[in-house]
Design a protein around this ligand. Structure first.
Ligand code: T5A
Ligand code: NA
Length: 213
């Protein structure tokens, strides 16, 4: 084939943003919305803390274990690779995946610690590329005012500010930046519009691509 496919499929939709930007709230709302319209959809999240790699990540994030920065970076990446095959099967079968964090989190958080940006991108190369990245844009100050902030390793102001800068370097044509400092229903309304458009394009056979190759 010449890069064009007419196979109907589900869309790979990723939500990104700082901690407490509203990704989880909006992801589950989007899945309900799509299901309500009759589009098969599933909510996924990374890290997937249910796998054995995911349990190592979870232990690290809750400060129960220490790991070298490179090591934890590669664990986050392998946590995505271990789900790759299932991800592709689901998409091909027509299920849209709404994914709470993906490779952009992987690169933004690790490079904010000082790891080389390109080194951070390398292990993500070849993963399924999202059809749409919804970036929930919020300042670290506003995010910190929301419930539960401060419990995990990365939830500190200065660090979140650096993460925010790294995210900006990752923006590409698949991104849609949404002002996340609006009422939850208003954010949802804006997301619905772009998501529906994307799901329809994929259903009509948009070809899949790979990340950062
Ligand atoms: N990480 C992750 C890496 O370093 N590398 C990687 O490769 C990956 C995948 C865990 C950490 O791992 C790092 C990044 C993270 O630091 P996580 O488990 O996804 O990642 O944890 P968090 O991102 O911290 O998830 P949060 O649950 O904190 O943030 P969300 O999902 O963005 O926010 P949400 O929806 O839970 O909302 C937070 C609060 O705000 C309220 C909600 O009701 C809730 O109380 N809220 C709003 N309030 C006012 N207005 C709105 N519009 C609101 N929207 C939500
Ligand atoms: Na979350």
């Amino acid at each position: 084939e010449n890069g064009h496919s007419s196979e109907s499929r589900g869309a790979l939709i990723v939500l990104e943003g700082l901690d407490r930007s509203g990704k989880s709230s909006q992801s589950s709302r989007l899945v309900s919305y799509l299901e309500g319209l009759g589009f098969p959809a599933e909510l996924w999240r990374f890290p997937d803390r249910n796998t054995s790699v995911g349990q190592m990540i979870s232990s690290y994030l809750s400060n129960k274990s220490q790991l070298d920065d490179h090591t934890i970076h590669l664990l986050f990446s392998s946590n995505r690779w271990e789900k790759r095959s299932l991800m592709e099967t689901k998409l091909k079968s027509g299920t849209t995946l709404v994914v709470d964090r993906y490779s952009y989190s992987g690169v933004a958080f690790s490079s904010a610690k000082g790891l080389d940006f390109d080194w951070c991108k390398a292990p993500e190369k070849g993963l399924p590329a999202p059809d749409l990245v919804l970036f929930l844009d919020i300042s670290p100050e506003k995010a910190a005012e929301r419930g539960g902030y401060g419990d995990e390793r990365y939830e500190q102001h200065d660090f979140q500010r650096k993460v925010s800068q790294q995210y900006k370097a990752l923006e590409d044509a698949s991104w849609k930046v949404i002002d996340a400092d609006q009422a939850i229903d208003e954010v949802e309304k804006q997301l619905r519009e772009v998501v529906l458009k994307c799901v329809k394009i994929c259903k009509n056979g948009k070809s899949m691509s790979q990340l950062w190759l």
